[in-house]
Design a protein around this ligand. Structure first.
Ligand code: NIG
Ligand code: FE
Length: 387
């Protein structure tokens, strides 16, 4: 089955094989058997089984959302409202979602997850990483990674989200559990292990134990660090060879140097800063130093409940010093790098046929027309999943 997308006004390929030409004009593209098979001038477009007329609009690679927490029940709109009047975000709110999630049935969680995946497609997201972290018992975490695995290959075990309320007096015991039975139950369904390093969650030493155990169980490493303070988590992530360190809002000069010299991606989450009223990270400094930067949504019921990648891009341009093309690149190729993938995040020949047709002639309009729904069509593996 092949799909021709023609009359593309602006095609953002971000093709690593053609770095001098990230954007083409008046182009066409063919997806065959799920992968990009041909790119060229619109005038030379070959025939295909199906045709999508872009009618002069822009086409970009599908967004790679490398950070989300979508296996949950309930909401925390009251916390969000309180934050808007100056009440600070704290990790403790996670425990409320843990309580609601434990009480939900598999089918309830599956239905909510499915709604969020459909919503992600409508936002132009074509690859989605999903974390556990609202179960925090062996059975509840195993259930979360199993459910996540039903919708994505990019599943992250986050038993180390917070110490649950019922084990608050035994941190050491909880860390032992995460590294032992919980990891053993979750690793078969997960690709990644993650730890939330924060004064309200886990210390660097606890994180080191958990990440090392996860690595020994065959999982790749991701770390939440630097959300509210430069907490040593970035150095730890780089030292352990993590694929990504996420939030990275508060960084020392040494953190920036370390990231620039490593393959650890700095995954920035501007929607979290927006929703928690925190200062934005300085993406310009990271990029100028030579670090690889990703933008992800971090959709979750607490620190940010928006899945709008186009809004994240607009914030990155407006508040973080990124150019429009850098922001699109961070939300696509950057996310792919954070998941150590080179088959997604760009539209070079051979890449997966994941793309977005924008209701705009130019990718810059995502920042220029912030808040306007500009995702006209989302295509995953050559199949139209949202329009
Ligand atoms: O990435 N920081 C830790 N975890 C999430 C928030 C989860 C929640 O508040 O429920 C985050 O921001
Ligand atoms: Fe997170």
């Amino acid at each position: 089955m092949s799909l021709l997308i023609d009359r593309i006004g602006q095609l953002v390929t971000l093709d690593p094989a053609d770095p001098s030409r990230p954007v083409r004009r008046d182009a066409a593209l063919v997806i065959d058997d799920g992968h990009v098979a041909w790119i060229g001038d619109a005038a030379d477009a070959p025939a295909a089984d199906e045709r999508l007329d872009a009618d002069g609009r822009a086409v970009i690679p599908g967004f790679v959302d490398s950070h989300s927490h979508l296996v949950f029940a309930g909401d925390r709109a009251d916390e969000w409202e309180a934050r808007m009047t100056g009440v600070p975000y704290t990790a403790g709110g996670i425990r409320r979602t843990v309580e609601a999630t434990r009480a939900a049935s598999d089918d309830e969680l599956r239905a909510t997850l499915g709604r969020h995946v459909a919503e992600a497609h409508r936002q132009g997201i074509t690859t989605l990483e999903v974390k556990s972290g609202y179960g925090l018992t062996v059975d509840d975490e195993a259930r979360a990674v199993r459910l996540a695995r039903e919708v994505t290959d990019e599943v992250t075990f986050l038993g180390a989200h917070v110490v649950p309320a019922d084990q608050a007096d035994d941190r050491q015991g909880y860390v032992d559990l995460v590294c032992g039975d919980m990891l053993a139950a979750c690793a078969p369904h997960a690709r990644w292990v993650d730890v939330f390093i924060d004064s309200g969650a886990f210390t660097d030493d606890e994180a080191r134990r958990i990440l090392t155990a996860g690595r020994d169980a065959g999982l790749g490493l991701r770390v939440h660090a630097g959300q509210f303070a430069a907490d040593g988590g970035v150095a730890l992530a780089v030292e352990l060879g993590a694929a990504s360190v996420d939030h990275a809002t508060h960084l020392t000069d040494a953190d920036i140097d370390a990231l620039a010299r490593s393959s650890t991606v700095a995954t920035l989450l501007p929607l979290v800063e927006f929703s928690t009223r925190q200062p934005y990270p300085d993406a310009r400094r990271l990029i100028d130093a030579g670090a690889t930067v990703a933008i992800a949504t971090d959709t979750n019921p607490g620190s940010n409940y928006s899945s709008s990648m186009t809004t994240a891009i607009a914030l990155a341009i407006r508040e973080m010093g990124m150019t429009p093309l850098e922001a699109v690149t961070a939300a696509t190729r950057g996310g792919a790098a954070a998941l150590r993938r080179d088959d997604i995040g760009h539209l070079g020949v051979g890449a997966r046929g994941d793309l977005v047709v924008l209701d705009a002639p130019d990718h810059r309009w995502m920042g220029y027309r912030v808040g306007v729904p500009l995702v006209a069509e989302t295509v995953v593996g050559g199949v139209r999943v949202a329009s």
